[in-house]
Design a protein around this ligand. Structure first.
Ligand code: SF4
Length: 462
């Protein structure tokens, strides 16, 4: 019998990419063929993101493209999974081309849902009705089973893997949809995480990134001990074959912060990298965002991180144009960026997400032009800082984990030996472009930096 062909398209954050890898692995195990082009597929799955309006718009335009495909192949099964599935539920199911809607909590059922939909043309929906309600033990176990069998992902960057430390979020930042689509914060059992890392290491994984919306609040109680992220980092770093361990994303809080930074300082293979979104430099706006710190407290954490781990590389996130943000508030964000000396900062224009507190209670009163201008201005401030930090690498040798072929032609395409351009990253998450043999993908190498730009280092392999 011909294998059914599945194409999975993924939007959104690292958490979503991990879900996509798990779903891909589940379909491969169930005997489906995974293919890269949706035009030749029997089943198209779209893993969606709700964090920004733009991400949802992209999903709808993709669904629009599938309309033509469905006309020529009425048997085509189209499924929407992920955050949009949870947020829009039956509204999405009413879309002409959609056959399946499956929320993040029901993801272990996706293969069965597809099997049921093939040939029956019956629409199916499984989303959690009360998303803030704690999962039943059976639901938690199903998610854990689905997660823990996942190991090998063909699409993964060679030598690297993401491992979820926790699901959901309890913070309720007023602009954020995550608590309403991903449910309450749940930390996975430490042993399940470490066992998964051991299996990944056996397959050649060298860098593991622990994932969580607020990964530094990881807490799992077993017997008399409560395991925190620092414990997880230490245990992960001791797994044979694992050379680097990272974690994203951190919420700015004192709790466990010193312990985590001390672990980073003491254990060589815990990467000196911290991604800790600030979102704003204005205390008034931080309060309106329901972020539980002031800009002074945030900078205090940054100082502490640099005192304990002097060469730490720090990345931040900002939102510009949050409701009522004045020019003065914005300038406080500019000041914070200057003081924080990030290696990189991601800047987003505020867009109200339906169902969130800010959407319900605060007028989206900053016009698009102003949001755009503030976005450009903040990025420009950051670019100067990134440029200066990058220049410090000139003529230095850096150890990198090679990811594979560079997609952008930054330097010459191939060197005189015919080696193509490769891309890799340092432990501190600096991108390095150099010429080398493709077999290096998934391995470490050393590169001498010969040229720099704000976000990329260029060099020669030693
Ligand atoms: S910490 Fe805030 S921004 Fe981050 S996922 Fe939770 S609610 Fe969203």
């Amino acid at each position: 019998m011909r294998k059914q062909k599945v194409h999975i398209k993924s939007f959104g954050c690292q958490m979503n990419k991990l879900d996509t890898e798990m779903v891909t692995a589940a379909f491969a195990r169930a005997g489906f063929e995974l293919i890269d082009s949706y035009e030749d597929s029997d089943i198209v799955l779209i893993n969606t993101c709700s964090v920004r309006e733009h991400a949802e718009t992209k999903v709808f335009s993709h669904l629009g493209r599938l309309k033509h495909l469905k006309k020529s192949n009425p048997e085509l099964v189209v499924g929407v999974i992920g955050c949009m599935a949870q947020r829009l539920g039956s509204e999405l199911l009413n879309h002409d081309v959609v056959d399946i809607v499956c929320g993040p909590a029901q993801i272990p059922q996706i293969v069965d849902m597809v099997r049921e939909a093939i040939g029956t043309k019956q629409k199916k929906i499984r989303v959690k009705e009360k998303i803030r309600e704690k999962n039943s033990d059976a639901e938690t176990q199903a998610l854990e089973n689905f997660e823990s069998v996942y190991d090998k992902g063909d699409k993964r960057i060679p030598g690297q893997a993401f491992v979820r430390a926790m699901r959901g979020c309890n913070n309720f930042c007023t602009y954020c949809i995550v608590p309403y689509v991903r449910g309450p914060e749940i930390s996975r059992p430490h042993q399940a995480i470490i066992d998964q890392i051991k299996r990944l290491a056996d397959e050649g994984t060298k860098l593991v990134t622990l994932l969580g919306q607020t990964v530094n609040s990881y807490e799992y109680k077993a017997g008399d001990k409560t395991y925190c992220l620092a414990d997880l980092l230490e245990m992960a770093s001791e797994v044979d074959g694992i050379e680097w361990v990272r974690f994203v994303t951190s919420y700015p809080t004192q709790k466990y912060f010193e312990q985590i930074m001390n672990t980073m300082a003491d254990i060589e293979n815990v990467c000196n990298y911290l991604h800790m979104p600030a979102q704003s430099g204005s205390d008034r706006i931080l309060k309106a965002m329901n972020r539980h710190y002031t800009s002074g407290e945030y900078l205090g954490l940054i100082d502490k991180a640099r005192t304990i781990v002097p060469d730490i590389s720090i990345a931040g996130d900002f939102i510009v144009g949050f409701p009522s943000e004045t020019e003065e508030d914005f300038q406080q964000s500019v000041e914070l960026v200057k003081k924080a000396q990030y290696r990189n900062a991601f800047v987003f224009k505020y867009s109200p997400r339906p169902g969130t507190t800010s959407e319900k209670r605060l007028a989206d009163d900053i016009d698009a032009e102003t949001k755009k201008r503030r976005n450009v201005e903040l990025l420009a401030v950051q670019e100067k800082i990134s440029e200066k930090l990058s220049e410090e690498f000139l003529n230095k040798k850096v150890k990198i984990l090679v990811e594979g072929l560079s997609k952008k032609p930054h330097l010459n395409k191939a060197d005189h030996q015919g080696n193509p351009q490769l891309i890799g990253r340092t432990a501190e998450d600096y991108i390095v472009v150099f010429n080398g043999p493709t077999e290096l993908a998934g391995n470490f190498t050393t590169v001498k930096i010969t040229k720099t730009s704000p976000l990329t280092l260029f060099g020669e392999m030693i």
